[in-house]
Design a binder for this molecule. Structure first.
Ligand code: SF4
Ligand code: FE2
Length: 628
């Protein structure tokens, strides 16, 4: 079976079924959209004021400036950093909600501090005195300090202080240390307003500031406080792909991004009252499965099975076996309700920020979290009897995977090697030793979304296979994690696809070669890991034999992630070109000049094999420079 849209057979089957059921999918809509607008694609369409829309003619004798006189450099840079603002806002608002949930846990709610030790570590970053205080008091003060960091009016955001000394100096020297997380996003909106900044370098610098406020601010706070509230991820077995849906159980798909709701859904799905009700409607039980990043959050902590990534959200409903799809925020296609209308599926929106026509809205409220989670699940349970048997087809595909690799659990896992050789434990030394000795050539972070412009999962899987074959250990988040789990790259047997060095490490430590580090905000875990290794070696992140990639990215969040990786010193290869080619200057700045400033840079390479080779070449060049 072959299909130019996806490499993944369960999804192929659902695309075929959708066609038979007369259901339109993203691929159909993408086809209708062709040819896509060249002005938009190259970033030279401006709609910032109503003298426009203006567009720059890149090839002919048409306009070279907008009505106001903005040239291609200004227009491209403004559009790009507005994407960063969107992405950083999404991640950071998520971080703010988690901080607020911590505050509520401290004041009394259905949430509690699950990791007091981690809370104390986070409190220290925020300068909260912990000695002699009870854990609720520490939680309250930490939550308030975290919330303050979003709107701080003096000083600088606090989490970037955890970076290594060399990196901090680079940010200071280039004046890109975020002052407050929200402020940098707001400043982007001001700076890109009609008639404000026209200097593409200055514009990009502001984009950099906001992106650091995301990666080393909002996202990092989201990750750290999620661990405090919901538990530190530890290695756990699971299964991935549409085959995790069950014919005889109530299927609840948790889709979106934040753990606040999904974690409660997992808990509430075990409620006796609901289980009784499920039996009463003829189901054997309640099967909660995850989709996109909220799925990553719950699989990392509970092993909740992974139904699919971004481009599988419609396919999941096409199975005809989803009784409720519960959504919160981000990456939810508005089409899910249209697809659902052809089956019995109820789409339930829960966030005041994300309502979808055709969905039932049950607003989530952290104060009554458990009760609302039960109410939401009950909708799914009661809907079980409305399944249309002749429309139900659950593909059998599902793969085993081991997930749950927080930085803490990676360090603990590697201690197995240390204990064998009686050295101090709890540091990144074993990882460093493997890299310095050349057993591992280096490390790569592969992250990001799916995009119909790339065959679904092909970019992720092919690139990663090449990396592990060359003894490069790979960490993943987001939709990449699903692609890897579905392709079997997260099971121990995947060691057979590795070079001899990585294979040995997998055998000794008992890990797969591709480590699932969580959701998109958990890209901050990758920063923390790189930073720990850099600190241990007294180097900067840019000195390390490491590289990043986003082979199938599509969202504004990915633009922010890519930018904070590059400006943290990581060489980052994109599989889809961002809308910048309309400006030679902006393109050159991002793919060449930026390296001299931040030590990292972007490259664009749609062919995953060539992209992997670029990353391997970079890793080898860094090894050579270090003399290892
Ligand atoms: Fe055109 Fe300038 Fe208005 Fe943009 S800001 S739409 S380039 S006039
Ligand atoms: Fe995500």
């Amino acid at each position: 079976m072959e299909d130019s849209r996806t490499i993944e057979t369960a999804t192929m089957k659902m695309i075929e079924k959708a066609k038979k059921d007369n259901v339109e999918t993203a691929w159909d809509r993408a086809e209708k959209m062709k040819p896509q607008c060249g002005f938009g694609e190259t970033g030279v369409c401006c709609r910032i004021c109503t003298m426009g829309p203006c567009r720059i003619d890149l090839v002919g004798d048409g306009p070279k400036r907008g009505v106001c006189g903005a040239d291609a450099d200004t227009i491209v840079a403004r559009n790009l950093i507005r994407m960063i603002a969107g992405g950083a806002a999404a991640h950071s608002d998520h971080g703010r909600d988690i901080s607020h949930t911590l505050l509520m846990a401290a004041e009394g709610s259905d949430y509690e501090v699950k990791e007091p030790e981690k809370l104390i570590a986070v409190a220290k970053v925020f300068g909260v005195e912990t000695e002699g205080k009870d854990i609720k008091e520490i939680a309250k003060e930490t939550a308030i300090k975290a919330l303050e960091d979003f709107g701080r009016y003096e000083g600088l955001t606090l989490y970037p202080y955890t970076a290594n000394e060399k990196r901090k100096k680079i940010w200071e020297k280039n004046d890109v240390w975020p002052r407050s997380i929200d402020r940098e996003i707001v400043q982007i909106m001001h700076q890109t307003h009609m008639g404000v900044d026209a200097d593409y370098v200055n514009l990009i610098q502001q984009g950099v500031r906001a992106s650091i406020g995301d990666g080393w601010g909002g996202s990092m706070i989201a990750t750290e406080l999620s661990d405090v509230l919901f538990g530190l991820p530890k290695p756990i077995e699971t299964e991935a792909n549409l085959g995790v849906l069950e014919k005889n159980m109530v299927n609840i798909v948790a889709h979106g991004h934040e753990p606040t709701l999904s974690d409660m859904i997992v808990q509430a799905s075990q409620d006796n009252e609901l289980l009784e009700r499920a039996k009463a409607v003829g189901a054997e039980g309640i099967n909660v499965v995850g989709m996109c990043c909220t799925g990553n959050e719950i699989v990392m902590r509970h092993g909740t099975r992974m139904a699919g990534n971004f481009l599988q959200q419609e396919a999941a409903i096409v199975t005809g076996a989803v009784d409720a799809m519960i959504v919160d925020v981000q990456c939810i296609m508005p089409s899910v309700t249209q697809v659902a209308s052809c089956y019995h599926t109820k789409v339930i929106s829960t966030s005041p920020k994300a309502k979808i026509p055709g969905a039932i809205h049950i607003q989530f409220d952290e104060k009554h979290a458990y009760e609302i989670a039960k109410k939401i699940i009950l909708e799914g349970v009661e809907n079980f009897k409305n399944r249309i048997p002749e429309k139900v087809h659950i593909p059998e595909e599902k793969s085993q995977a081991i997930v749950g690799f927080s930085v803490e659990s990676i360090i603990k896992g590697l201690d197995k090697v240390v204990i064998a050789s009686a050295q101090p434990t709890g540091t990144v030394k074993p990882l460093v030793d493997c890299i310095v000795s050349g057993v591992l050539r280096g490390a790569a972070g592969v992250v990001g979304c799916n995009n119909h412009k790339v065959q679904h999962n092909y970019g992720h899987v092919e690139l990663i296979k090449d990396l592990i074959k060359h003894d490069v250990i790979v960490v993943v988040t987001g939709c990449t994690a699903y692609a890897c789990a579905e392709a079997g790259l997260m099971k121990p047997e995947a060691k057979e696809l590795c070079g001899p060095g990585l294979k040995t490490v997998c055998e000794l430590v008992g890990i797969p070669p591709v480590l699932h580090m969580g959701s998109c905000v958990d890209c901050s875990r990758i920063l923390i890991l790189l930073n720990e290794v850099a600190k241990y070696l007294n180097l900067d992140i840019s000195d390390l034999p490491a590289a990043g990639a986003a082979p199938e990215w599509m969202s504004e969040k990915a633009v922010s992630i890519g930018t904070y990786f590059v400006t943290s010193g990581v060489y980052t290869v994109l599989g889809v070109c961002p809308p910048v080619l309309g400006s030679k200057n902006v393109t050159k700045l991002l793919t060449e000049d930026v390296e001299g400033i931040y030590g990292g840079k972007f490259a664009v390479e749609p062919d995953p094999h060539k992209a992997a080779q670029l990353m391997i070449d970079h890793i080898e060049a860094k090894r050579k420079a270090l003399g290892i």
